[in-house]
Design a protein around this ligand. Structure first.
Ligand code: ZN
Length: 134
């Protein structure tokens, strides 16, 4: 687990202060590489490239996390909106938000996650749900 003083300024701003990276600025927005996206701070598995889709919003978007136990949801009423914040359960990092306008055939959720909070571990073979692999 990285310490707060080891984080890049951008990561600290987003993960520790609930910020949002500029749309289309993140390194994983258009990525189609296969692998598992881990928390950039504590290395916990969060999302699989199998559930990543192109939402055209400017942030990496997923239909579901690999393991709901690694994620915490919080109500975020900042900015006059009622949104659901997505937080890494292990290190408390703000990851992004989850919305109900995702692809219907995959459950209708859109996890809108900041690239800076993720680290892709490339894998050729990934199970649909990484949890099965444990
Ligand atoms: Zn974490």
């Amino acid at each position: 687990m990285k310490k707060d003083n080891e984080l890049s300024e951008e990561l600290r701003k987003v993960a520790r202060k609930g910020g949002t990276e500029a749309p289309f600025s993140g390194k994983y927005v258009g990525s189609h590489e296969k692998g598992v996206y881990k928390c950039a701070i504590c290395d916990t598995e969060l999302f699989s490239s199998n559930t990543k889709f192109d939402s055209k919003t400017g942030w990496p978007s997923f239909t579901e996390p690999t393991n709901l136990e690694n994620i915490e949801f919080r109500t975020d009423s900042n900015h006059g909106m009622n949104r659901t914040e997505v937080v890494c359960k292990k290190c408390n990092a703000h990851l992004g938000h989850v919305f109900d306008d995702g692809p219907e055939e995959s459950g209708g959720k859109r996890y809108c996650i900041n690239s800076v909070c993720l680290e892709l571990e490339k894998k050729d073979q990934i199970p649909y749900c990484a949890r099965i692999d444990l």
